[in-house]
Write a protein that binds this ligand. Structure first.
Ligand code: NAD
Length: 428
């Protein structure tokens, strides 16, 4: 029987969905997997999908329902691991793709996890703090049956932060009857969080960016940087590049684009966003209202650090960067990848570029289990070493096999996952 007939409809590719992008990436890596290609179908099917109804009582007494997800894509190499996103555009396809990219990423940097991801379709800006807490706690209770320190460990993602992780940890612990700090990472330091975790993803983007720049003979000092998304990932990466002497000439967020030829004052911009929720209205810059113009801004390094599918066939031709550092997950479609390749632009893929977050999440989890906490210097040193090694190995493979860095990173990650799958064998 053709396996196509056995694939549930939600797993079949449709249009340009994020899951479809992921499937295309798997098709591109399959010819490089040798005999392990026999197992590749396992990467095309999430292990477990949970869809939950999340009802809350609003402050005005009305009842609201939200749809939530937790997808465990693969656990061959260890417990599921991946963030939780609160966003009005969250879909099952998106969460499936994000969980799958976690599988590949965790294997590519060799942390002992499978891949998972969660989310709720909600615009959290429309909720009060009390409503946000009730929704987070109810969601955690609903997914409680599949998460746990040895099963699946959530973390922050778009619009979720340390406070949300604290509520998740507390809710899970209340349900268990004892404090379980290892159930989530990205927690506040006072609850077993790790020093350096808040900055880890942006720091990893910066470290890998410096490595890529060195390969291209580019000096970070004076380099022109453009960043899309100015939250946890984009904000920290922008600050570290600015501290290293680069000029961050443009930043785009969900509201607008701000530019300053001489370089934006990133610390001042971060304070402005903390107070106003957006880069809009920042006095130290000019605003560019046409969003599409952002992609054509002349720069050395472009850091997409917002959402997936931002760089597409529609704008890839406009991009003038020499290096693209994918802080976001899935920001580039396969068609855009091809265009960028033809233009000679080096794309450092998400599964390497933004792996700093999960790497320090791993450190946090280890510290929680041993109840022994490391210094920030130790954490940053270990993070830097892992990121450099992972980038170096992927770079070498891409040279040896004459493939893109994305395909090379997928070869490393998928090979590790499928080797584990093969060694474990199928149950029963
Ligand atoms: P965040 O919520 O802290 O910030 C998101 C930023 O993106 C905000 O500045 C927001 O204004 C901007 N944004 C949203 N929609 C936009 C749009 N349509 N156009 C331009 N900007 C837009 O989120 P984050 O944690 O920084 O995550 C950003 C990306 O990095 C996501 O793809 C996420 O999956 C990925 N990522 C995050 C982590 C982490 O540790 N937080 C780790 C790995 C990857």
């Amino acid at each position: 029987m053709s396996s196509q007939h056995e694939i549930p409809s939600y797993l079949t590719p449709h249009g340009t969905s994020p899951w479809n992008v992921y499937l295309e990436q798997i098709d591109r890596v399959t010819p490089h997997l040798g005999s392990l290609a026999r197992w590749v179908e396992t990467l095309k099917r999430p292990k477990r999908i949970l869809i939950v109804d999340v009802p809350i009582e609003r402050d005005d007494g009305k009842i609201a329902h939200f749809e939530g997800y937790r997808v465990q894509h693969n656990t061959s190499r260890g417990p599921g691991k991946g963030g939780v996103r609160f966003h009005q555009d969250v879909t099952l396809s998106e969460v499936m793709a994000l969980s799958a990219w976690m599988t590949v990423k965790n294997a590519a940097v060799n942390v002992p996890y499978g891949g998972a991801k969660g989310g709720i379709r909600v615009d959290p800006k429309t909720l009060s703090q009390g409503e946000l807490q009730r929704m987070t706690r109810r969601y955690t209770s609903e997914i409680n049956i599949i998460i746990g320190p040895n099963k699946d460990i959530p973390a922050p993602d778009v619009n979720t932060n340390e406070q949300i992780m604290a509520w998740m940890m507390d809710t899970y612990s209340m349900n268990q009857g004892s404090t379980a700090s290892g159930v989530v990472t990205g927690k506040p330091i006072s609850l077993g969080g790790s020093l350096g975790r808040h900055e880890a993803t942006g720091r990893g983007v910066f470290v890998v960016g410096c490595e890529a720049a060195a390969k291209r003979g580019m000096d970070i000092k004076g380099a022109r940087i453009v960043v899309q998304g100015f939250g946890n990932v984009g904000g920290v990466a922008a600050r570290l590049f600015a501290e290293a002497g680069a000029r961050v000439v443009a930043v785009q967020d969900h509201v607008t684009t701000v530019v300053r030829e001489g370089g934006l004052d990133i610390v001042a911009l971060q304070s402005h966003v903390a107070a106003n929720g957006s880069v809009a209205g920042f006095s130290g810059a000019e605003e560019v209202r046409d969003r599409a113009q952002f992609w054509g801004i002349d720069c050395d390094i472009l850091v997409p650090a917002a959402l997936e599918q931002q760089i597409t066939e529609a704008n890839a031709h406009d991009i003038r960067a020499k290096i693209i550092l994918e802080g976001a997950n899935g920001p580039t479609t396969p068609a855009a990848d091809d265009i960028l390749h033809e233009k000679g632009i080096l794309v450092v893929p998400d599964v390497i570029a933004n792996a700093g977050g999960v790497t320090v999440s791993y450190f946090e989890w280890v510290q929680d289990f041993s109840s022994f906490f490391w210094t920030e210097d130790e954490i940053n040193l270990r993070l830097t070493r892992i990121m450099r090694e992972a980038f170096g190995a992927v770079w070498q493979l891409s040279e040896d096999k004459k493939v893109s860095l994305r395909t090379a990173a997928f070869i490393v990650g998928c090979t590790r996952v499928l080797q584990a799958r093969e060694m474990r064998g199928l149950y029963p």
